[in-house]
Design a protein around this ligand. Structure first.
Ligand SMILES: Cc1cc2nc3c(=O)[nH]c(=O)nc-3n(C[C@H](O)[C@H](O)[C@H](O)COP(=O)(O)OP(=O)(O)OC[C@H]3O[C@@H](n4cnc5c(N)ncnc54)[C@H](O)[C@@H]3O)c2cc1C
Length: 259
């Protein structure tokens, strides 16, 4: 079974860089790392291949400057190879252009299953996974928390506010994976060393057969019209125990629907 996992490489949240005042997009000129959201998809892919007893995880990423640091992390976890799309003409790509490029790269990997995160951590729209599915004419399942593959059918538990739906869909399909549903493994020393020799195919737009005029700034149909500082978080509520703290904590958790 070939599981393709889309992995976005993002600025390190500990040092996220700055927004470009003219284009209002995130500057991505420092080192990029594996988006933590995508580490769950990588882990789930590896577990599915293990359960199938055959196959491999292949990665697909689109990024400026041919950056591979984040990909190497996912390869060190156990993915077998990667396709990286990088081309100057991709600067300014909106979500749909990103999906078009990823879809074309995914096609080359001949996947049985495509995994993504539900949304990325840096500039998230949460729209790329369903756009990829539409462009590839594949079924799409979102918010997957558990996936079992049997005889070419994926049974997916799809997280909802109250619990989960159970969905069956034929493969190949695109499933977005909710953060926190599996425990991503730490790359071992052996994995890190092995990752250095794994294949990363770096492709430009010409090699993917994509017209540069349809992506990047030239093809963008979305425009970022304004940006604002995120509001500071409210101070939390301090509950002083006067004999009823447990009841007030339960009521608080109940309001959040986490019980
Ligand atoms: C007008 C405009 C200009 C922009 N210009 C730039 C720019 O110059 N440079 C720039 O870096 N960004 C730019 N962006 C942001 C960029 O479009 C988004 O980061 C990109 O479209 C992905 O969307 P998302 O993060 O919302 O993905 P989401 O839909 O939130 O992502 C869901 C999942 O899809 C997968 N995925 C998403 N993107 C990638 C990727 N690149 N590679 C692999 N998997 C992926 C991942 O699994 C991810 O977790 C621009 C956006 C707009 C609207």
């Amino acid at each position: 079974m070939i599981v393709v996992v889309c992995v976005k490489q993002i600025p390190d949240p500990a040092d996220p860089g700055a927004l470009d005042p003219e284009t209002r997009t995130l500057r991505r000129d420092a080192k990029l790392i594996l988006d933590e959201s995508d580490s769950y998809g990588v882990e789930m892919g590896l577990q599915l291949v293990d359960a199938a007893g055959e196959g491999e995880v292949r990665l697909v990423s689109m990024v400026p400057r041919g950056e591979v640091s984040g990909l190497r992390t996912a390869l060190a976890m156990g993915a077998e190879s990667a396709v990286l799309v990088s081309d100057e003409a991709l600067a300014g790509s909106d979500a749909l252009s990103t999906a078009k490029v990823l879809a074309r790269a995914i096609q080359r990997c001949e996947p049985d299953l495509v995994l993504t995160a539900t949304e990325s951590s840096d500039g998230y729209t949460g729209t790329v996974p369903v756009q990829i599915a539409e462009l590839l004419d594949l079924p799409s399942v979102t918010f997957g928390k558990e996936i079992v593959v049997t005889d070419g059918v994926a049974t997916v538990k799809r997280q909802t506010e109250d619990g989960y739906d159970e969905i069956e869909c034929p493969l190949p399909a695109v499933v977005s994976v909710t953060a926190g549903v599996v425990e991503p493994r730490y790359p071992s020393f052996k994995g890190i060393m092995a990752a250095k020799n794994k294949t990363v195919d770096v492709l430009d737009l010409a090699e993917l057969g994509i017209d540069p005029g349809t992506v990047g700034w030239a093809g963008a149909r979305q425009e970022i019209t304004d940006i604002a500082e995120a509001p500071a978080r409210d101070a939390g509520e301090i509950i002083v125990d006067e004999g009823d703290a447990h009841e007030r904590i339960l009521a608080f958790l109940d309001d959040l629907k986490v019980l």
